[in-house]
Design a protein around this ligand. Structure first.
Ligand code: G3D
Ligand code: MG
Length: 192
């Protein structure tokens, strides 16, 4: 790790660059890793942290602040590694998260109902106050859809998480959700 990284771990890089920890949670096979690979593209580069059972990748996103000035946000994105034993997540995964993406597969009802459990777990670890997004992935499989919009909108209100539908396969809305996550975390830090 470079000195630069160490110092920048939490917040400021000369005022215009910030780094946030984002966790991506949801049932196996909903497309969490695929969303990341689609977003990060060819330079996708994971660092595997065996003790926590996660892959971590860093991706810059540029957003505009209220003054119209460009702000570079580095998203440090934590993705659960494949092995089932790691789905029993523990504290280090959640610790210090600045934002969370709750992902379900819109063709699979169980992955949608489990969002409540994923959210409760995050709350249990003290993350009730951080920005979050509700993401229905695999919209390219619209004909096999099980989760209709009113259901998702209802949950979105209940857990206070803006809702988007994406496709990691076609890339639809993928960039949008990561930019939205960057904006929400940035705004929440300003309020602190
Ligand atoms: P996970 O990280 O949540 O466990 P993965 O999920 O990203 O590993 O994806 C699980 C499977 O769903 C993969 O298929 C992947 O290609 C597929 N998938 C992910 N996102 C989408 C999507 O938006 N649309 C469609 N149609 N498929 C998607 P395989 O066959 O490789 O297991
Ligand atoms: Mg995965």
């Amino acid at each position: 790790m470079t000195d630069d990284k160490k110092e920048g771990q939490l917040v400021f890089h000369g005022r215009t660059e910030m780094i946030f920890k984002i966790i991506v949670i949801g049932d196996p096979a909903v497309g969490k890793t695929s969303l990341l690979t689609n977003f990060c593209g060819e330079k996708f580069n994971y660092e595997y942290i065996p003790t926590v059972g996660v892959n971590i990748t860093k991706e810059p996103v540029t957003i505009k602040n209220d003054m119209g000035k460009d702000i570079k946000i580095n998203l440090m994105i934590w993705d659960i590694a494949g092995q089932p034993q790691f789905y029993m997540l523990h504290r280090p995964y959640f610790n210090g998260a600045d934002g969370m993406m709750l992902v379900y597969d819109l063709t699979r009802s169980s992955s949608f109902s489990n969002i409540n459990n994923w959210f409760s777990t995050a709350v249990k670890y003290g993350l009730s106050g951080i920005p979050r997004l509700l993401i229905g992935n695999k919209i390219d499989l619209n004909e096999e859809r099980k989760i209709i919009l009113p259901m998702a909108e209802h949950l979105s209100e209940k857990i206070d998480a803006p809702f988007f539908e994406t496709s990691a396969l076609t890339g639809k809305n993928v960039k949008l959700i990561f930019e939205k996550m960057a904006k929400l975390t940035f705004s929440s830090k300003l309020e602190e």
